[in-house]
Ligand binder design. Structure first.
Ligand code: BG6
Length: 370
């Protein structure tokens, strides 16, 4: 039950450590560095025959699908990509028998995603579902899949379902990887990372007071950028989407590397940038790009890890920078932890602006008409 005055979104955000644990329960195999997913209806030979993975979803489910595609490519070395299910059918997609299709949906009722599933099946393709609502239309239509077990999600902005979707991709990537070239040691490294995640989600949620402060400052900006690279880019897209959905502020996600090829002229003291800078092989390049933003007076909120050296960006009086250190996991799993401060940011911006956090205007929790 909700505490007095508490919103569904707030409660659902704070359920993430528990819902993540439920998603992983009984599905991790530390001994062999893999996962058990009972409902896939695919054996090792079927998994081995998969040549490509295509992920379909709408809104947040699409963005987490992009995170999942990255995970699958990294862990399993199987080419993977995500596409908006709402667009897919309209371009007469090429359906191949050795492609594994994955439909992602919290509600399991999003009509665009359901129709994409049916189009794939009509052409002989096999579709797995990553769905929260048991017995929903997409759950019934797919050829196999994984339930998220996140519990009911009421707020329009998806939080705990999104976290569990990411974990579902991690579990799938582990299996696809372990029937290929992912070593047992690397598999065990990922399993250990997943086991640590629920506790780290809690630590990320503990950043709430800091994010509430940041949100109060950013909420008045008419427009913001969210930037990230490779693993961080879909996180940036999801962060921008959340802010737009519930605070009605314009936010644009961009690949950090593409700023200089396009919108750098829009950066100014009035346009803040939220930048994802994980402690990975791109950290130094990312910090370089932040200098370009700082040079134009753009306020920076940097979502990063404790080990990352931001150099004089942090010490210079002339730079308006807020640093948010999220807990560090395995690099492949870090994106999910980086979504949490962005949820908190959007939530507190909406709250600060006096808006309806749970039921933003013009949006429905699931869109069941075309
Ligand atoms: C949109 C909602 O219409 O549907 C988004 O506004 C949501 O918040 C998307 O991510 C997909 O919903 P579902 O239920 O298919 O995951």
């Amino acid at each position: 039950d909700l505490a007095e005055g508490e919103s569904h979104m707030h409660r659902e955000m704070h359920e993430q450590p528990i819902s993540a644990e439920r998603m992983l329960r009984g599905r991790l195999d530390a001994r062999f560095g893999t996962s058990h997913l009972g409902g896939l209806n695919l054996d090792a030979r079927d998994l081995r025959a998969v040549k490509r993975v295509k992920i379909l979803g709408c809104g947040s489910a699409y963005y987490v699908g992009q995170m999942g595609a990255q995970l699958i490519e990294e862990l399993a070395r199987v080419p993977a990509d995500a596409e908006a299910a709402s667009e897919f059918r309209y371009r007469n997609p090429i359906i191949e028998p050795d492609t594994l299709y994955v439909a992602v949906s919290q509600s399991g009722e999003t009509i665009d995603t359901l129709l994409a599933v049916q189009e794939i099946q009509r052409k002989g393709g096999r579709v797995l579902g990553l769905v929260n609502v048991v017995g929903s239309a997409i759950a019934r239509a797919v050829d196999g899949g994984v339930y998220l077990h996140a519990g009911p999600e009421v707020a329009v902005a998806s939080t705990k379902a999104l976290t569990s979707m990411f974990l579902g991709f991690a579990l799938l990537a582990l299996q696809l990887g372990r029937v290929r070239d992912l070593s047992i040691a690397d598999g065990q490294r990922i399993v250990a990372g997943l086991e640590a995640l629920p506790g780290q989600l809690k630590e990320a949620l503990d950043l709430e007071p800091q994010l509430a402060d940041v949100a109060r400052r950013l909420a008045e900006a008419p427009s913001l950028f969210f930037v990230g690279r490779v693993r961080g880019y879909p996180v940036a897209r999801e962060g921008a989407q959340k802010l737009k959905e519930i605070s009605y502020r314009h936010a644009e996600a961009y690949q950090t590397s593409e700023l200089k090829h396009g919108p750098l002229a829009l950066i100014s003291p009035a346009v803040p940038t939220v930048a994802l800078v994980p402690d990975d092989e791109l950290a130094e390049r990312n910090v370089g790009a932040l200098h370009e933003i700082a040079a134009r007076g753009g306020p920076l909120v940097v979502v990063t890890h404790a080990g990352v050296d931001l150099g004089d960006l942090e010490t210079s009086e002339a730079v308006d920078l807020t640093r948010i250190d999220v807990p560090r996991n395995e690099a492949e799993l870090d994106p999910v932890l980086m979504t949490v401060p962005l949820q908190l940011l959007a939530y507190h911006a909406s709250l600060h602006l006096g808006l309806d956090v749970d039921k933003p205007r013009n949006l429905a929790k699931s869109v069941t008409v075309e």
